[in-house]
Design a protein around this ligand. Structure first.
Ligand code: HEM
Ligand SMILES: *[C@@H]1O[C@H](CO)[C@@H](O)[C@H](O)[C@H]1NC(C)=O
Ligand SMILES: *[C@@H]1O[C@H](CO)[C@@H](O)[C@H](O)[C@H]1NC(C)=O
Length: 330
């Protein structure tokens, strides 16, 4: 080996040691805990598996937590903080109140990790791993999760209200809110495919059943037989918390039935159906995924990694919380 080449190799290896980021497309990389807590991914997986075995819906609830975390100040576990001192919890936001769930499972994972390797694995990384493991347990794709996120020392209730789209959003609002996070229309449609698992409350889609545009008429882009069925358990008033599967065909299986339902005018949320009815671009992607589960699965995994890369705290920014619900005292 020539001296220059040798020097270059040595320098590269040194830089790798310092930065650890070359070839990893950013600051996060899957081997982040290989030395400091090699069992971390296994521990996360086993607690998630137990929780999902207890209740199949928990896979959906955990997947959603990663989304609601990443869209507010980046993937920094800001979502997990309870109110305390100057912190106003994001759990109170419109999207999360009476809706976001699975926090006890995250606590259980964190306490298992604190026993194995104290103050090492961030709550933000736990959310990313739990989202992947939940997807796999529901029958969806596996992907390598880039790691090395750190936890915020603050929350943003206003950010949660501003950034996470409402279920009655227009297609333009959905596209814009994803674009603000660096996510394109393929990401929007692929990630909306998460609604192939999990449940929605009546209150999240009632407007479509009775008074879609304020003229006292239902949403006509919704199959009217399906709408009539939904009305039996989602009345004009009352029953706000009654639950309905987001994918009525296979509510606990991660497949492309969500997209087939949308094509059949049986998307539950307005934000689901408009992907097919209000934009040619997203409509074409919905049709592709409805026909090709493999393509959906691939795009979904890819978009999850992209979403998981939204503004992470790395290096010495933020901290690794001891308890996901509160910042460290120092
Ligand atoms: C495109 C914009 C989106 C909107 C407007 C939206 C809205 C909603 C709403 C209203 C619910 C039902 C909540 C309730 O009634 O309690 C829900 C559930 C859910 N969402 Fe989304 N969502 C969107 C995107 C996403 C993304 C990107 C993911 C994940 C990557 C996701 C994952 C889920 C899951 C898994 C559930 C079921 C949760 C459970 O059963 O506990 N959603 N979403
Ligand atoms: C969506 O629902 C909210 C709350 O119910 C309401 O204030 C808002 O006007 C609705 N937006 C649209 C576009 O219908
Ligand atoms: C529908 O909504 C509009 C405006 O939101 C309201 O003025 C009207 O009274 C509602 N109609 C019915 C039948 O609920």
């Amino acid at each position: 080996m020539g001296a220059t080449l040798k020097a270059f190799v040595i320098l590269s290896v040194m830089l790798w040691g310092i930065c650890g980021c070359f070839g990893h497309g950013g600051y996060l990389y899957p081997q982040f805990y290989d030395k400091s807590c090699p069992k971390a991914p296994e521990i996360v997986k086993s607690v998630v598996a137990k929780a999902v075995a207890r209740e199949a819906r928990m896979a959906a609830s955990l997947l959603r937590l990663h989304f609601h975390d990443c869209f507010v100040k980046g993937c920094d576990a800001s979502l997990l903080l309870d109110s305390s001192g100057s912190i106003i919890s994001e759990k109170r936001s419109n999207a999360n109140r009476n809706s976001a769930r699975g926090f006890e499972v995250i606590d259980e994972i964190k306490s298992a990790l604190e026993k194995e390797c104290p103050l090492t694995v961030s709550c933000a990384d736990i959310l990313a791993l739990a989202a992947r493991d939940s997807t796999v347990l529901a029958g969806g794709p596996h992907w390598e999760v880039p790691l090395g996120r750190r936890d915020s020392r603050g929350a943003s209730l206003s950010g949660s209200n501003r950034n996470i789209p409402a279920p009655n959003s227009t297609i333009q609002t959905l596209i814009t809110k994803f674009k603000l996070q660096g996510l394109d229309t393929v990401d929007l449609v692929a990630l909306s495919g998460s609604h192939t698992i999990g449940q929605s409350r009546c209150t999240s889609f009632r407007q479509r059943l009775y008074n879609q545009t304020g003229n006292g008429r239902p949403d006509l882009t919704l199959d009217q037989g399906y709408a009539a069925q939904l009305r039996t358990r989602c009345p004009r008033s009352g029953g706000d918390s009654n639950l309905f599967p987001l994918d009525f065909v296979s509510p606990t299986v991660f497949d492309n039935w969500y997209f087939k339902n949308i094509v059949a005018s049986k998307g539950l949320l307005n934000s689901d159906q408009v992907l097919f009815t209000r934009s040619e671009k997203t409509m074409e992607i919905v049709e592709l995924y409805a026909k090709n589960n493999q393509l959906f699965i691939q795009h979904f995994a890819n978009s999850m990694v992209k979403m998981g890369n939204i503004s992470p705290l790395t290096g010495s920014r933020g901290e690794v919380r001891k308890n996901c619900r509160r910042i460290n005292s120092s």
